[in-house]
Design a protein around this ligand. Structure first.
Ligand code: ARG
Length: 441
C-alpha cells in the first residue's frame, strides 16, 4: 500500500469514534457471505478529480473484508474526448444523442476509465475485474431521437456475484447489448439502479462531489424517509429538476427492495464514516417507517411501547406509567422502533419521552418522527439529564434551553419569558418515571 493510501485509511479510521458502531455495521454488511453488501456508483467527475480518495476508501473496504460492485460513469471524459476528436454530438432534452461515431468514442473512453480504475485498485492490493459487456441486456426504445442508447431490459449478475465471492471487486461500465448483439450506451445511474434491483444489496451508494442532497441553504440533508419526507421535499421550489428526477428514481428503487436497503449519497473521502457510524456523513434515503398518532393509551400496544422505552433508556418504566400520565399525543412508528410521547399540561404540550431502538439508530427514523411532531406542534418543551447523549441534538433543534440543577430544559416556539418560566417549573418538578434497573444478580 502506498503511503498516501495508508494515511487516508488511517484518517478514515480516526473520523469514526465508536468501535461498537463499526462492529454493528460490519456485521450487518457482511451477512449473506457479504454477497449483498453494496452497489456503488462512481461518477466520471469523481474518477477525474477524486481518484486518490476513492482508491483509499475502496482499499479500506477491502481491509475490513467487504467487496462492493462498482458502476462507473465517464461523462466529462467523453465530452473532452469528443471535443478532442472534433466529433459533434447533438443533445435532445439534455441527453447526448449516441450516433455510431459517439458510441465508438464512448466505448473507448469507458474501457479506458474502467481499466484505469481497476489497475489503480490492483496497485494498492485490491483485486478488481472489469466488465464492459454481458451485464445489461437492452432495447433500443428511443433510437429515432437518442440513437444507440439502451433501455435496460434485464441484468446478468451471475458473473458479478462469482467475482464478489472470490473477493474481487467487479468494475462495471455502462454499456449494454441488444438481443441482436448491437452494443449500446446506457445511462450510468439507470445501470446502477437496474443492477441494484437484480442484486438487492444492503446499500446503494452514490459517490458525488457535493456529498449528499442539499437543502435550500446548501447544507446536506442527513436523512430522507420516503414515507415521511418525500412528498414534502418534491414540492419544494429549491429542489432542482435534476435532483427531483434522482429522488423519483430512488423512490422507485427503494419500493422494489427489501425494507432494510438504503441509498447513501456521500463523497469518496467520507464513505467509511457514512457506512460505519449511525450519524453518517452524507444523505441516507430509505423507506422509513410510517408514524402513527394516538391520543389515548388504549389504542396503543402498551407492552411494545414499554419495551421500547426500557431498552432505549436501559432503565425500567414506572409500573403505573400508562395509568397515571395525562397523555396528549403519542407518535410511534409502525414497527415500534421509535416513539415520542407528549403529555398534557395546563397550556403547552410537554415532551415526556423521545425513544429510538438501537437497531433503528442510523436509519433516521427518530429524526423523521421528530420532524413530524415539531411540524404539527409549534410549541413544545422537554427536559433531559445533563449527561444525556442526545443533548447536542436537542441543543441544535430547540429555540432555547436553560440548565436547572440536574436538568436541561429545552423549548421550541416560545419567546414569552413568563410562558417559558411556567414550562421550566413544570419540567423541573416532574417526578421521574424511569429508574435504574435493579441489578439482576
Ligand atoms: N451507517 C449507516 C448506514 O450506512 C447509517 C448512515 C447514516 N447516514 C446518514 N447520512 N444519516 O446505513
Amino acid at each position: 500500500m502506498t503511503n498516501s493510501v495508508k494515511d487516508t485509511v488511517y484518517k478514515l479510521l480516526t473520523v469514526m469514534d465508536s468501535e461498537t458502531q463499526i462492529r454493528k455495521y460490519l456485521k450487518r454488511f457482511s451477512s449473506d457471505e457479504g454477497l449483498k453488501f453494496a452497489v456503488i456508483k462512481v461518477g466520471g467527475k469523481i474518477l477525474k478529480e477524486e481518484m486518490e480518495n476513492l482508491i483509499a476508501s475502496l482499499s479500506f473496504l477491502k481491509q475490513v473484508g467487504l467487496t462492493p460492485i462498482i458502476v462507473h460513469g465517464a461523462g466529462p471524459q467523453l465530452t473532452a474526448h469528443l471535443d478532442d476528436k472534433n466529433i459533434k454530438a447533438e443533445f435532445v432534452d439534455g441527453q447526448r444523442v449516441t450516433s455510431p461515431e459517439v458510441l465508438k468514442a464512448a466505448r473507448e473512453v469507458f474501457i479506458d476509465e474502467n481499466h484505469n480504475l481497476t489497475s489503480q485498485l490492483k496497485e494498492v492490493g485490491v483485486d478488481a475485474t472489469s466488465f464492459y459487456s454481458g451485464v445489461f441486456e437492452c432495447e433500443l426504445q428511443h433510437q429515432d431521437t437518442l440513437g444507440l442508447v439502451g433501455t435496460i431490459s434485464s441484468v446478468e449478475i451471475e458473473q458479478l456475484l462469482k467475482t464478489v465471492k472470490k473477493g474481487r471487486v467487479p468494475v462495471v461500465s455502462p454499456l449494454g447489448e441488444t438481443q441482436e448483439g448491437q452494443i449500446v450506451n446506457v445511462n450510468a445511474d439507470s445501470a446502477t439502479f437496474s443492477l441494484a434491483k437484480a442484486v438487492q444489496p444492503y446499500k446503494i451508494i452514490f459517490l458525488t462531489e457535493t456529498g449528499g442532497v442539499l437543502d435550500q441553504d446548501g447544507k446536506i440533508i442527513s436523512n430522507i424517509s420516503i414515507v415521511n419526507n418525500y412528498k414534502y421535499l418534491i414540492e419544494q421550489p429549491w429542489v432542482h429538476s435534476g435532483m427531483k428526477l434522482k429522488l423519483e428514481k430512488v423512490k422507485d428503487i427503494l419500493e422494489a427492495m427489501p425494507s432494510a436497503t438504503s441509498v447513501s449519497i456521500t463523497k469518496p473521502e467520507l464513505l467509511a464514516k457514512e457506512l460505519f457510524t449511525d450519524k453518517g456523513s452524507g444523505t441516507l434515503v430509505n423507506m422509513g417507517e410510517r408514524a402513527l398518532v394516538f391520543d389515548s393509551w388504549n389504542e396503543i400496544d402498551q407492552i411494545r411501547l414499554k419495551k421500547l422505552i426500557e431498552s432505549s433508556f436501559n432503565k425500567s418504566l414506572d409500573a403505573n406509567y400508562f395509568t397515571s400520565t395525562n397523555l396528549y399525543n403519542v407518535y410511534v412508528t409502525e414497527c415500534y422502533r421509535a416513539a415520542i410521547i407528549l403529555l398534557e399540561t395546563k397550556s403547552i404540550p410537554y415532551l415526556d419521552k423521545f425513544v429510538v431502538s438501537d437497531d433503528a439508530k442510523g436509519e433516521g427514523i427518530g429524526r423523521a418522527l421528530w420532524e413530524k411532531v415539531t411540524w404539527k406542534h409549534k410549541k413544545i418543551f422537554w427536559r433531559a439529564s445533563l449527561n444525556n447523549p442526545v443533548n447536542k441534538f436537542y441543543a441544535s433543534v430547540s429555540d432555547g434551553f436553560m440548565r436547572c440543577d440536574d436538568w436541561n430544559v429545552y423549548w421550541v416556539g416560545m419567546t414569552d419569558f413568563g410562558e417559558i418560566q411556567q414550562c421550566i417549573d413544570f419540567a423541573t418538578s416532574k417526578v421521574k418515571t424511569v429508574e435504574q434497573k435493579e441489578p439482576t444478580s
